[in-house]
Design a binder for this molecule. Structure first.
Ligand SMILES: O=C(O)CCC(=O)C(=O)O
Length: 259
């Protein structure tokens, strides 16, 4: 396994992502799907208008608003399981939990899948150029059903956009953010697979099929991301006691304490 982890680390360093097929068993996915669907059903009822008009994802899945304690414990244990942590550790040995997101097909047919870097929503162009050279945020995508997957531009976790990519991402010079990119690589995903990728590389989710994908977001404790962590999404002491390997959450709790 050590050699495999070194290989995964090399893949991440070079391309900004790696995918492992059939990483989870059928029963692991069935049990995760049950918890996530409990969240999704309540969330949809509570956010009807948003869901029907503009949404393509929800977030804060581990929070206390929609899931009961038993489901939260299951989800926290999945996120910090040895299987997930060995992948996180091989890219960022000192990672902390940031958040979770759930990606689904938008109801509104006018919403198109769009290219972006996550950091573009927080920083202007000059800062984005610096951010991709610094510590990064990772997404671990766990598809709960087979889905068209993601399109990624390999290598853009550390390199800046070429002209085509920039024009599309910024929607300038007659381009739209859902135009095809000649550098894009499609990674089709099935239930049981896991895709780890840099949040700051150029990417887009591909809408279609019955997609429902849980994304776990983690960051390097060396980076300045503690403000992105919502207290309610972290395990409180009574729940913490029931998490087998709480290191990922303890790192976030400690960072927030010292912030
Ligand atoms: O799947 C999607 O719709 C978008 C995914 C994405 O942008 C992300 O995971 O950061």
């Amino acid at each position: 396994m050590l050699n495999d982890l070194n290989q995964l680390n090399n893949n991440y360093k070079q391309h900004g992502y790696f995918v492992i097929r059939n990483y989870f068993s059928e029963s692991e996915i069935v049990s995760l799907r049950e918890v996530v669907l409990n969240f999704h059903d309540s969330w949809k009822q509570d956010n009807k208008e948003f869901y029907e008009e503009v949404a393509f994802n929800s977030s804060l899945i581990t929070g206390s608003e929609y899931l009961n304690s038993a489901d939260r414990i299951k989800l926290f244990n999945f996120i910090s399981s040895t299987k997930i942590m060995q992948l996180v550790d091989c890219v960022i040995p000192t990672a902390a939990f940031m958040n979770t997101q759930l990606f689904f097909n938008p109801i509104n047919p006018e919403l198109k899948d769009f290219w972006h870097r996550d950091c573009q929503y927080d920083h202007d162009i000059n800062i984005q150029k610096q951010v991709i050279k610094q510590t990064q945020v990772l997404h671990l995508r766990v598809p709960l059903f087979d889905e068209p997957g993601m399109e990624l531009v390999p290598g853009t976790h550390t390199r800046w956009d070429n002209e085509e990519e920039f024009n599309v991402r910024q929607e300038i010079k007659g381009k739209l953010s859902n135009n095809n990119l000649s550098t894009g690589k499609t990674i089709k995903l099935g239930a049981g697979d896991i895709l780890l990728f840099s949040a700051d590389m150029i990417h887009r989710g591909i809408y279609g099929m019955d997609r429902l994908a849980l994304d776990i977001l983690v960051f390097d404790t060396a980076g300045d991301f503690a403000d992105y962590v919502d207290d309610d999404c972290l395990p409180e002491p009574a729940i913490l006691d029931k998490i087998k390997h709480p290191r990922l959450f303890l790192n976030s709790i400690n960072l927030k304490k010292n912030n």
